[in-house]
Design a protein around this ligand. Sequence first.
Ligand code: E4P
Length: 218
Amino acid sequence: MKFFIDTANIDQIREVASWGIVDGVTTNPTLVAREGKAFEPTIKEICALLPDKPISAEVVSVDAEGIIREARELAQWAPNVVVKIPFIKEGMKALHVVAQEGIRVNCTLIFSAAAGLIAAKAGAAFISPFVGRLDDIGHDGMELVRQLVPIMDNYDFDTEIIVASVRTPAHVIEAAMLGADIATVPFDVLDKLFNHPMRDLGLANFLKDWEKYRAAQG
Ligand code: E4P
């Protein structure tokens, strides 16, 4: 399974890249706004940092014409830009057009299996089911991934599933067990994947024993 990092923060991307586990980046208007910097230079900087990885940048238009215009512009910013388009009817009209032009699209705000199926049929390179936001309203977000994996497999769609709105390490593990292509994970959750108290205890004991051994050796 591929790991994307779900952030527009350059320092976080740099840090995770140094761990050797990052396969791409997803941003959205909220994440870009959180950084308080200009949109275009931020996306260009991320694309330059990871030039061979897909970097999602989201449109903000809600009419097909506007989405198409924005998608074409975003795609010019760097060869590895993936255009994020929301799952709305106008979005599907636009997706269908720009996908045929060779622009890779990540269809976002996927909350049902039907939405994922439609977005894949329209030509999305990626679909992003939002598991955490479904959990927030009392649904089982991972159930959507459980539905989408066989749907994509049954028809050999050339569409990758990005498990999005990831809130916990358990979401990441379940995504991997279900065979999702990608999980896009916030920095704090990626960081938590490294934690285990038994590892800390084990390492502390190894180092303590090694010191005792060295002291005994003189
Ligand atoms: C990624 O593509 C999504 O925009 C993101 O995962 C949404 O996460 P959130 O529900 O924590 O805002």
